[in-house]
Design a protein around this ligand. Structure first.
Ligand SMILES: [Zn+2]
Length: 610
């Protein structure tokens, strides 16, 4: 079954407005400078150095390269191309591309082979560098031969992420199918993990580290079906929907992610979610929406992207958390035993590489890939998939068409599409309308239809389309009798004021120094509050240069809250109890301001309603 929609390249689709500013922050922050400040990328074995030669440099390139091309930044593009050159130049005559000598191939975890294949395929969509398909052909054919003769084998991470190899294989097959490609696809599928065998383990936390409940494996696994059905000629059995619902039922959070620190941690607002899981979940949902055309995936994606992603990074995007908590009242390392099930005591600190460095390298793919999901190519034209400010330059049956979407969505619910066609065209423009939209208006007229707007064809010249809708502010029910405040795709939190301290030091030869230092966020304001009513007043402020700014949030919501006796987690001074001790109001309600979850570094999101 082929995909319903396909992706445009960074050569055709560019971010604008707040999304471009967000990408610029990323380019000026850690992702845009990682090859200058972080040894595992700067001195990576992939580039001829002595440091990590497995997943870290490929992870970083997966975000850095599309970011450079989306921003059309010549300096970043030059650095991206130099990195790609260095990888391609080190490919061995037999096709092997990873930076380990022949005698170490046997024990090498093939995850890196699958990953670099995916990353180089994405690089090709940016650069159209014709060396890349050739390198991928030699690399994948070499993998096929070595898997066949037993030189290498699919174990550990490679066995759990086997389908990622299909990204490169799909490109190669489009350019000329050969029998070994199908055989390699069958070898990977046959040797890789079948997640139906382990799904029963997801229903309660195991309190130990396993591949079967590893949060990043599971977030990546959701895209297994879209990748494999096409490659193996199978029918879509709806496995992603089944897995997603099961994960959400037992581990879901208020912002659309699953708890995992770093294995599934159950339903709790105080367990963590790893940042790698956030960006990999987004990638899976982007692919699932494009593949199935089912808009529930787009709405789930918005919920993760507009809340969990910005929340895990500082406003300047130089520091990030390994894990974020939905109710997070303090982000300083635990003095004793870690609160997390398998992570160390600093996994929730904002820093350069808290806990592990995978997220340091990997988080950069989040915003660029989201930007590349704004418009999708449909069989009969173009789909406005995510209402993100963007400009698409494409053509339809030979007629150049440019579509510009001006909007501050999700902070405002107004979209201005400007379609400029160089000739009359029968290109259709579909626009996805979120299910929570009310009073839909198109060019000022009431419009009854929900789900999707379709415009059939465009005359030569400029056509403009103004779309407006209203969104309700609602208290959503969460487990344990808690509630969270939602407005469209944005979740709102009570911000907890923090005393923020820079922490500079050197550990294992890796320097933390401003702006790539760690930060301690010590909570200093009250957080033991409950919703005291269902009346909310929305205040719209402008979207600032930092879209997810705590001091200048684009939206604020006035809510009546009162204090309750909440209590602390057993044995921890800096973690609130997962569920409040009492829900009895201790005082009269007062007006408090809630801000978007993504703007609040310390926050309370799930509160009871008294
Ligand atoms: Zn990670």
């Amino acid at each position: 079954m082929p995909a319903k929609y396909t992706f445009f390249t960074p050569l055709e689709l560019k971010p604008m407005g707040w999304l471009r500013r967000q990408l610029r922050l990323q380019a000026d922050g850690l992702c845009g400078n990682l090859d200058r400040v972080w040894p595992d990328v700067r001195d990576s074995a992939w580039f001829g150095g002595e440091r990590e030669g497995w997943e870290r440099a490929p992870y970083w390139l997966d975000g850095f390269v599309p970011m450079a091309y989306l921003l059309e930044d010549e300096e970043l593009i030059a650095r991206a191309n130099r990195c790609i050159d260095q990888i391609l130049e080190r490919q061995q005559p037999d096709g092997w591309i990873c930076p380990v000598p022949p005698e170490q191939r046997r024990g090498y975890d093939l995850w890196a082979v699958l990953l670099i294949g995916k990353v180089l395929t994405h690089c090709y969509s940016c650069t159209r560098d014709e060396r890349i398909p050739g390198a991928l052909y030699r690399m994948m054919k070499n993998l096929h031969g070595q898997l066949r003769d037993g030189t290498v084998s699919l174990t550990r991470w490679g066995a759990y992420r086997w389908y990622e190899g299909f990204v490169a294989l799909r490109l190669l097959r489009e350019r000329g199918a050969e029998a070994w490609m199908d055989d390699l696809a069958r070898l990977l599928a046959g040797g890789g993990m079948d997640y139906r065998r382990v799904e029963a383990l997801w229903e309660r936390p195991l309190n130990k580290w396993t591949f079967d409940t590893h949060i990043v494996n599971l977030c990546e696994m959701l895209r297994c079906e879209p990748l494999t059905c096409d490659m193996l000629g199978q029918e879509d059995r709806g496995l992603a929907e089944h897995f997603y619902r099961r994960l959400r039922e037992f581990n879901g959070t208020a912002v659309g992610t699953f708890t995992g620190d770093e294995c599934l941690s159950g339903i709790s607002p105080t367990q963590g979610t790893e940042l790698c899981a956030v960006v990999e979940l987004m990638d899976s949902m982007e692919q699932l929406y494009a593949y199935t055309g089912n808009r529930v995936w787009a709405e789930r994606l918005e919920r993760v992207a507009f809340n969990a992603l910005p929340a895990a990074l500082t406003e300047d995007m130089w520091a990030h958390q390994y894990v974020q908590m939905v109710n997070q009242i303090d982000c300083t390392p635990f003095p004793g035993k870690s609160y997390f099930r398998t992570n160390n005591s600093e996994a929730h600190r904002y820093g350069l590489e808290p806990h592990f460095g995978c997220c340091t390298a990997n988080f950069g793919q989040g915003w660029p890939k989201l930007a590349l999901s704004a418009f999708l190519r449909a069989p009969d034209g173009v789909l406005g998939a995510l209402p993100l400010p963007s400009r698409l330059c494409t053509e339809w049956k030979g007629t150049p068409v440019r579509i510009t979407l001006t909007t501050d969505y999700p902070f405002r619910n107004h979209m201005h599409y400007r379609v400029e066609a160089d000739g009359d065209t029968d290109m259709r423009l579909h626009v996805r309308i979120p299910s929570f939209a009310r009073n839909l208006r198109v060019n000022g007229w009431d419009h009854g239809r929900r789900g999707e707007l379709v415009r059939n064809g465009f005359r030569q010249g400029v056509t403009e389309l103004e779309i407006d809708f209203d969104v309700d502010t609602v208290l959503e029910t969460r487990p344990h009798g808690l509630r969270c405040l939602r407005r469209g795709s944005l979740v709102f939190s009570l911000p907890v004021e923090a005393e923020c301290t820079r922490v500079e030091y050197v550990k294992h030869g890796v320097e933390r120094k401003y702006p790539y230092c760690d930060y301690d966020y010590r909570g200093i304001s009250d957080w033991n509050l409950a919703f005291a009513g269902r009346e909310f007043r929305v205040e719209e402020c402008g979207v600032s240069d930092i879209p997810f700014s705590q001091s200048h949030p684009p939206l604020r919501i006035h809510a009546n809250l009162c204090h309750i006796n909440w209590g602390l987690a057993d044995g921890y001074e800096t973690v609130c109890a997962p569920v409040p001790l009492s829900r009895r109001p201790l005082d009269a309600p007062t007006d408090r301001l809630l801000i978007p979850y993504g703007c609040a570094r310390l926050r309370m999101t799930e509160l009871p309603l008294v």
